[in-house]
Design a protein around this ligand. Structure first.
Ligand code: FES
Length: 86
């Protein structure tokens, strides 16, 4: 199953957190070997700057993203937790 992550690269979102969020996503993809599963793309400003930083994962838009919240969302999305068997 593949996923698409779209990161708003408009100046407002980028300056307010998406530069760090983008780094986090890239690191997460690398560490979890998700390169083949995740398509990571940048978006231009979509006129929702006041709600930004904005990130869309599989057509679900997330607003006011910081790295902590983003990490939790990535974990829920890709690291289907619940089963803790190692
Ligand atoms: S810069 Fe992201 S919505 Fe405007």
């Amino acid at each position: 199953m593949s996923s698409t992550i779209k990161v708003c690269m408009g100046s407002s979102c980028f300056a307010r957190g998406n530069s760090k969020n983008l780094q986090l996503i890239q690191k997460y993809i690398n560490e979890h070997n998700l390169e083949a599963q995740v398509e990571l793309t940048g978006l231009r400003c979509c006129d929702k700057c006041s709600k930004g930083p904005n990130i869309t994962i599989d057509e679900v838009e997330y607003n006011n993203m910081d790295t902590g919240t983003l990490y939790d969302i990535l974990e829920k999305h890709f690291n289907k937790s619940g089963d803790t068997n190692v």
